[in-house]
Design a protein around this ligand. Structure first.
Ligand SMILES: [Fe+2]
Ligand SMILES: [Fe+2]
Length: 474
């Protein structure tokens, strides 16, 4: 499935054959570009950046590399090829043909799901817009820009669905996606984590590790959707999400490698001494990890949710890897364990599985995060450092759901308000931590040079050398 780049809006959905839709999207396009100029990466519009662009959605064509000025990036509409005779794999419509149009009775729920997903895409670009000014290397700057243009394309993917399938209110929602602003008091982004600041590169790497991983799980659940255009578009978005998580995974690994190197050289694990050497001590990295893990875990929503049950039963949103799960895919009688607080401790209790689907997706996410963090521990181990990074308990620092009212340590113990106050400086980044990390953020853009607090990557992008001039400032 090749993408038609001769058109104003590159696409593989035969946009030229639908003049009304084409006109509507061509009207939205300049609004998107003016949003990009205002809220995209600061001061970057003239740069030539070594970026990948999709020219088709198959293995060979989805990543074509070349120098592009970001406002000229070919944002467009790409769907994975349709699976012939695809059947719905779960819920009340299990076994029926997947929908090519939106059923009237599910219209508002589907629109809400698409808008909520769509809103996160420009939000993350806004959160990251100042980071280019303090990049630790040209290689990292390029990766930041790659993530940003692809989040822009993810917005296009959701806006296409809104325009194509939801008529006038879809067009209004598409406009509103360019109107909200991350962190804005009057018109914020929809979900909490997307209104947090991403003020430094440690936060950025943690965000791409955890919050883009939330993206992976949400998108995976949507690839199961009975609404086939949503399933196909999210499937293609997932291929791009993999790179975003790579940026986080490798970014943090390079930071801890540098710290470990300094710990061995200086024979110390004293945070103050390590900070004096200009590297980030591991307890500070753990606190950032705790923060990003906990705000991301909240994105999965309340432990028990009747909306989640409705979305599943009506076929709008499935489970992670639905088809690999051995059960009836209807879940009317099934149960799933959730957490409650009883006599001062966290205890598991069985809840109706349909209502606990957020919790289940959250658990899938946590297991995936733990596996990712283990790879960092292997890197520490290799360098002879005993410290272990740990994913905090999923009940830690919650702001959403019944656990929001309870204070729980990263190890999953219920603590009193006084107990929380006594330890919170060990568990979450302090103003002092943030100030220290901020103090390290200076701009390094000479090809092949890296800031002192991070190791170079082991390889460059697309077979290019690490010291390649990935960004030409002109
Ligand atoms: Fe995205
Ligand atoms: Fe992403």
């Amino acid at each position: 499935m090749n993408i038609d780049y001769d058109q104003k809006i590159p696409n593989n959905v035969e946009l030229a054959g639908d003049k009304v839709l084409q006109r509507a999207l061509e009207h939205w396009q300049p609004e998107f570009l003016s949003w990009w100029r205002e809220m995209g990466p600061e001061g970057s519009n003239g740069f030539d950046v070594y970026l990948r662009t999709a020219t088709s959605v198959d293995q060979a064509g989805w990543a074509q590399f070349g120098y592009v000025k970001m406002p000229d990036y070919r944002w467009g509409i790409f769907l994975n090829p349709a699976t012939p005779d695809r059947k719905i794999s779960f819920g009340a419509h299990r076994g029926e043909p997947a929908w090519q149009e939106v059923p009237g009775e599910y219209r508002s729920n589907l629109r809400r799901i698409i808008v909520t997903q769509g809103d996160t895409e420009p939000a993350s670009v806004e959160q990251q817009r100042h980071l280019g000014l303090t990049c630790p290397s040209m290689y990292d700057l390029r990766n930041l820009f790659q993530v940003n243009v692809e989040e822009g394309r993810h917005l296009w993917a959701m806006v296409y669905l809104l325009h194509r399938y939801f008529g006038r209110d879809g067009r209004e929602e598409a406009e509103a996606l360019l109107g909200r602003r991350s962190g804005d008091a009057d018109n914020p982004r929809i979900l909490g984590a997307f209104n947090e600041r991403t003020p430094d590169w440690l936060s950025f790497f943690m965000f791409t590790f955890f919050t883009d991983r939330d993206g992976k799980f949400q998108l995976s659940a949507l690839t199961e959707s009975a609404f086939d255009p949503l399933a196909r578009t999210t499937r293609f978005m997932l291929t791009e999400e993999g790179h975003h998580m790579f940026v986080g995974r490798n970014g943090i690994r390079r930071i801890i490698e540098r710290t470990a190197e300094m710990m061995v050289r200086e024979r110390t694990d004293d945070p103050a001494r390590l900070r004096a050497c200009g590297v980030i001590d591991l307890p500070t990295i753990q606190r950032y990890l705790n923060f990003h893990s906990s705000v991301t875990v909240d994105l999965f929503g309340s432990d028990l949710s009747s909306n989640a049950a409705t979305f599943y039963t009506t076929g709008l949103k499935g489970r992670f890897r639905e088809e690999r799960i051995a059960d009836d895919h209807v879940l009317k009688e099934a149960t799933y364990p959730i957490l409650d607080v009883s006599t001062g401790e966290l205890v598991g209790r069985d809840a109706p599985a349909l209502n606990a689907l957020n919790e289940r997706l959250r658990d899938d996410f946590v297991a995936d995060s733990i596996a990712g963090v283990e790879a960092w521990n292997v890197a520490l181990d290799k360098r002879g450092v005993e410290f272990r990074l740990v994913v905090p308990h999923k009940a830690f620092n919650r702001q959403i759901g019944p656990l929001a009212g309870v204070r729980i340590s990263p190890q999953g113990r219920v603590v009193t308000a006084a107990g929380w106050e006594a330890h919170v400086r060990e568990w979450l980044p302090t103003a002092e931590d943030r100030g220290f990390v901020q103090s390290l953020m200076g701009r390094v853009v000479e090809p092949g040079k890296f800031a002192n607090w991070i190791s170079p990557p082991s390889a460059g992008i697309n077979g290019q050398p690490v010291e390649c001039e990935y960004v030409r400032f002109n």
